[in-house]
Design a protein. Structure first.
Length: 160
C-alpha cells in the first residue's frame, strides 16, 4: 500500500512539474505576460524535480535520496514563493534578485536604448491571476503539498 502511494506521488509530482512549466511558458510566450526574476527562479524546483524523477527511474537504488532531494527542493521553492508573495503584498522590500538586469551603471548608448525597449517587470507587480490569486500563491500551495507528501514518504521509507 505504501509502495503504491509512493509511486503514485512520484508520478503525480512529475506530471504537476511538467504542467507547471508548460503553463508558465504558455503564459509567458503565448499570452505575453512577462515574468519577473523571482517568477523565473520559481520554475527551477519543477525542472529539478523532472530531472530527479527521470534519474530515479534509471537508478532506483537512490530512491530514498531522490525523495529527500525532492523534499528539500520543494521546501526551498515554498520559501522562495513565500518571499515573493511578501514582496507582492508589500510586506517585504524588493531585493537585488528582482533587479538583476540593472546591476551595471556603466552602459553605452546602445545598451540604454535596448534596456528602454525591454519590459522589466517588478517582483511586486502581479501580471497574471487565476481566480483572483497570483501564480505565486498557487506555487506556495503546490510546493507545500509536495514538500509534505515527499517528507512523509521519506520519514516512513524504512517502515515498509
Amino acid at each position: 500500500m505504501v509502495e503504491n502511494n509512493k509511486n503514485l506521488l512520484i508520478k503525480l509530482i512529475f506530471l504537476v512539474s511538467i504542467f507547471a512549466l508548460v503553463s508558465a511558458f504558455f503564459i509567458e510566450y503565448i499570452l505575453g505576460h512577462q515574468p519577473c526574476n523571482l517568477c523565473i527562479l520559481e520554475r527551477f524546483p519543477y525542472l529539478l524535480a523532472i530531472i530527479i524523477i527521470l534519474f530515479n527511474y534509471k537508478f532506483s537504488q537512490f530512491e530514498k535520496f531522490s525523495i529527500l532531494l525532492l523534499t528539500i527542493i520543494f521546501l526551498v521553492g515554498t520559501i522562495l514563493s513565500l518571499y515573493h508573495l511578501g514582496i507582492e503584498q508589500g510586506f517585504v522590500q524588493e531585493s537585488l534578485v528582482c533587479d538583476l538586469k540593472n546591476g551595471s551603471n556603466l552602459l553605452s548608448k546602445d545598451e540604454v536604448l535596448k534596456q528602454l525597449q525591454e519590459k522589466n517587470v517588478s517582483c511586486k507587480d502581479v501580471t497574471f491571476k487565476i481566480f483572483g490569486l497570483s501564480l505565486t500563491s498557487y506555487n506556495i500551495l503546490i510546493s507545500l503539498l509536495i514538500t509534505a507528501g515527499t517528507g512523509k514518504i521519506y520519514f516512513n521509507y524504512d517502515k515498509n
